[in-house]
Ligand binder design. Structure first.
Ligand code: C5P
Length: 224
């Protein structure tokens, strides 16, 4: 059996990386995992147990008791959970506890799919440094804050856009400067700035960046 094809999509909060990862997975018929959901589920477990997301023992217990059935639901999409997710994500024991699940997903994509797309912060740098193709997605902070504001509004959560911008910048800084698995543009990752692109144009740009490598790997599989 040849190794599964992996597309690593990393980037800042609300940069569009999740939407692009999902669309890439659908395009290539690959499995998809939003790794941020694992940290959000950990945060949810900690807060529901009345724990402290900055406390390593509470956070590890949370990572060990995540309920994957909630991954696609709205309960982990709030800004409160996003902030707590960033806190638990800075704790090395939490990242270690979630590592096997992520590597296992890439080694054996569900449904017997020939490949997987995973989005997050450290996929191209730590989880899958030898990924077939890597993307780093970013956008100007004001644009990302506006997107987050729209997302929350659609969920019935009304927030001040200026506050969201400040929180987003703080979260970027925490994610980029933490000691373990900081957010970086991984070696070999193509940069995609979605600031001035709609979904269709952003997807076309993403496809142009990853397709040569992914198509090449798919051909090798058919030959091999
Ligand atoms: O992408 P999302 O906003 O859902 O991620 C929530 C938080 O989880 C991020 O701010 C980040 O701290 C953390 N995360 C991470 N590594 C990943 C994915 C998410 O540290 N691979």
């Amino acid at each position: 059996m040849s190794k599964p094809i992996v597309i690593a999509v990393d980037g800042t909060a609300a940069s569009g990386k999740g939407t692009l990862a999902k669309k890439l997975a659908a395009h290539f018929h690959f499995a998809h995992l939003d790794s941020g959901a694992l940290y959000r589920l950990t945060a949810l477990a900690v807060l529901e147990a009345k724990g402290d997301p900055n406390n390593p023992d509470d956070a590890l217990r949370g990572a060990q008791t995540i309920d994957l059935t909630l991954a696609g639901g709205p309960s982990i999409r709030t800004d409160v959970i996003g902030r707590a997710a960033s806190q638990v994500a800075a704790i090395p024991a939490v990242r270690a506890a979630l590592l096997d699940f992520q590597r296992g997903f890439l080694a054996r994509p569900p449904g017997g799919s020939p490949g997987a797309v995973m989005d997050g912060r450290d996929i191209g740098s730590v989880i899958a440094p030898d990924a077939t193709a890597k993307l780093y997605v970013d956008a100007r902070p004001e644009i990302r804050a506006h997107r987050r504001w729209q997302e929350l509004q659609a969920m019935g959560i009304v927030r001040d856009e200026g506050d969201l911008l400040r929180e987003l910048v703080a979260r970027d800084l925490a994610d980029k400067t933490r000691a373990v698995s900081p957010l970086i543009q991984a070696p070999g990752a193509g940069l995609l700035d979605t600031s001035d692109l709609g979904i269709d144009a952003a997807f076309a740009a993403a496809l142009a960046l990853v397709s040569p490598k992914v198509e090449g790997a798919l051909k090798d599989r058919h030959r091999g």
